[in-house]
Design a protein around this ligand. Sequence first.
Ligand code: 5GP
Ligand code: ZN
Length: 113
Amino acid sequence: MNCLFCKIISKEIHSKPVYEDESILAFEDLNPQAPVHILIIPKKHISTSLDIKDDDNELIGQMFQAANRIAKDKGIAEKGFRTVMNCNHDAGQTVFHIHLHLLGGRAMNWPPG
Ligand code: 5GP
Ligand code: ZN
């Protein structure tokens, strides 16, 4: 499968990891949109959030738990942070392996663009 994030998981493509366990990898976004911008991905390939199955429920919870841990480690938990998962083209999804954006370190606008 020609998937950029699967290649990052297999270390075929370099990234800057901040957290890894048997089911999840988190690494710095290449083009950060905030002082903290981390991508949290499952090691299992899931193309979009529409493809999440009942069997994946625990995995999705683990992604949020990882985001919480990283936010605390980076010192942005108290002030606040945003977690975003874009789905399909209108939302701006460009990599079709689900990823939770963790953004923080600055005040966020709402509504998002
Ligand atoms: P999306 O637009 O699909 O929600 O988010 C994809 C994210 O992946 C973007 O924020 C983009 O900067 C990031 N990205 C794209 N290619 C790479 C890469 O090769 N390495 C890393 N670390 N991030 C990438
Ligand atoms: Zn993949």
